[in-house]
Design a protein around this ligand. Structure first.
Ligand SMILES: Cc1cc2nc3c(=O)[nH]c(=O)nc-3n(C[C@H](O)[C@H](O)[C@H](O)COP(=O)(O)OP(=O)(O)OC[C@H]3O[C@@H](n4cnc5c(N)ncnc54)[C@H](O)[C@@H]3O)c2cc1C
Length: 458
């Protein structure tokens, strides 16, 4: 079985009826920004930016967003919040079923940004998601760190109840974003697989595989790791990948046998031959992330049969028939050479622009930051604003890539000294608490952001 990059060809749905996704009431409260945008659409010649000056796109679609993943949906929402008409082009058909285990961890910064686009959205997402207060680290079967945090303290300017993070499956996050986009008046074209992009002085024209075309003043490309828009513009990805792979398994919780709501990292777990494994709760279940060795055959850990074999040794009996998805991923670290084209008409965001290993949860969280910055630049409407977006978000991506690389070096040590340091820290942890704290922190890379570039954590 081949391992995959960001397109989990090896995902298998194993009992989708366990899916924790629920149908939720679509967003119903209208926001002032949305009311303004709806009025603008009735008479597009009157489209105006919040500052009062005329926005681009009078009489036609002002902005096209390609890709309805979490980043494209956020970009569309951000553009609507700024009063711009948006058409979102998505290759998949309406009502699609998204494959695979992906992002769980939605940071407070991301929630705050989404709430700025649609007040109330953060509360909707976080009241569905789960926030654990206990983190635990083990080393070869022995606990070396545990901490339970007090209930979160509200930060200045935040709405009541905004947690430090929330954990839910990416399909659920996307469900909330899609409902918000629909309520905000984003026009969505499903089954529109973009294959061609033509940039001119007047704007951008995109063509779908089936020959349909759309034009706009600008395009936000959020079409993922194999971005057709990026390919059409001839922008290369720079970077590479680390050897080996990891197996990610989503498991629906078993009624009556729920595991504690704790994030647990276990170095060199004896139940899986000394491989490291992390367990992360999400609403309705938990995700296991198993670090395989470079010379492991994917079949030995990443098949449904293999998972049924090793899962009970990590979480006990009764869970193996609750597996939702099994995916294998490689460790890509790539950043686009540029986040825009020479005419500053197309803005690359999310995985169309960068790929990181998931440790530190920088993929979707930084994609949301890209999308917010792209919406701001497009609303400003100048090539200079787009250029500033491209430079700033590329710097942030390079920082995020380095941070994820740091986490990877700790999780999959190349040097014997790193493994020895972990062993010594584990031995000292009972008497030197900061050794345990280091073992707890290090798998996620640095916690701080690059203030000069990203302006935040991501
Ligand atoms: C195991 C794992 C765990 C992760 N955990 C986290 C985490 O906890 N937190 C976090 O922040 N990130 C995490 N990530 C990363 C996160 O999943 C990605 O960063 C995120 O999915 C990227 O979103 P996107 O919208 O850029 O791309 P995608 O989700 O890939 O969406 C792209 C969209 O574009 C569409 N599309 C593709 N081609 C075309 C085309 N030609 N025309 C039109 N539409 C097209 C696709 O159908 C899709 O809908 C994790 C990733 C993995 C693999």
């Amino acid at each position: 079985m081949a391992t995959v990059d960001r397109t989990p060809a090896e995902n298998r749905s194993l009992g989708g009826d366990h899916s924790p996704a629920e149908n939720r009431t679509p967003v119903e409260n209208r926001t002032p920004a949305e009311d303004r945008a709806t009025a603008d659409e009735r008479s597009p010649a009157e489209v105006r930016r919040p500052g009062g000056d005329r926005a681009p796109g009078a009489g036609r679609t002002a902005v096209l967003v390609v890709g309805a993943g979490p980043v494209g949906l956020t970009a569309a929402l951000g553009l609507r919040a700024r009063g711009l008409p948006v058409t979102l082009l998505e290759a998949d058909p309406e009502g699609r079923r998204r494959e695979g285990s992906r992002a769980l961890f939605v940071h407070r910064e991301t929630l705050r940004s989404l709430d700025g686009m649609r007040p109330g959205l953060a509360a909707e997402i976080s009241s569905f998601g789960q926030t654990w207060r206990t983190v635990r680290t083990l080393y070869r079967g022995r606990e070396v760190y545990a901490r339970t945090f007090p209930p979160s303290v509200r930060q200045a300017g935040d709405r009541p109840g905004l947690p430090p993070f929330t954990s839910l499956r990416q399909v659920d996050t996307e469900r909330f974003l899609l409902a918000a986009c629909e309520a905000a008046g984003v026009r969505i074209e499903w089954g529109a697989r973009v294959a061609g992009v033509r940039v001119s002085a007047a704007g951008v024209a995109v063509t779908a595989e089936d020959g349909r075309t759309w034009s706009g003043d600008r395009v936000v490309a959020a079409d993922g790791a194999r971005s057709a828009v990026r390919r059409e513009l001839g922008i290369p990805m720079e970077g590479g990948h680390a050897p080996g792979f990891h197996v990610v398994v989503d498991v629906a919780e078993t009624p009556g046998a729920e595991l504690p709501v704790e994030r647990v990292f276990h170095y060199e777990h004896p139940g899986v031959g000394g491989r490291s494994v992390m367990r992360v709760p999400f609403t309705g279940g938990f995700q296991l992330d198993l670090q395989c060795r470079d010379d492991d055959a994917p079949d030995s850990y990443g098949t449904e049969e293999a998972v049924r074999d090793w899962l009970p040794r990590l979480v006990g009996d009764g869970h193996a028939d609750r597996v939702l998805w099994v995916s294998t991923y490689r460790f890509l670290r790539k950043v686009a050479a540029s986040f825009t084209d020479p005419a500053r008409r197309v803005l690359l965001v999310g995985e169309a622009a960068h790929l990181f290993p998931p440790f530190g949860a920088r993929g979707m969280n930084s994609g949301v930051a890209d999308a917010a910055a792209a919406a701001e630049a497009v609303a400003a409407g100048t090539p200079e604003a787009v250029e500033a977006f491209a430079v700033t978000r590329r710097e942030a991506a390079l920082f995020n890539s380095a941070a994820a690389g740091e986490a990877l070096e700790h999780l999959r040590p190349r040097r014997r000294t790193v493994r020895a340091k972990q062993r010594v820290a584990a031995a000292l942890a009972p008497v030197v608490p900061r050794c345990g704290a280091w073992l707890e922190r290090a798998p996620y890379g640095p916690r701080h952001g690059s203030p000069a570039s990203a302006g935040g954590t991501y």
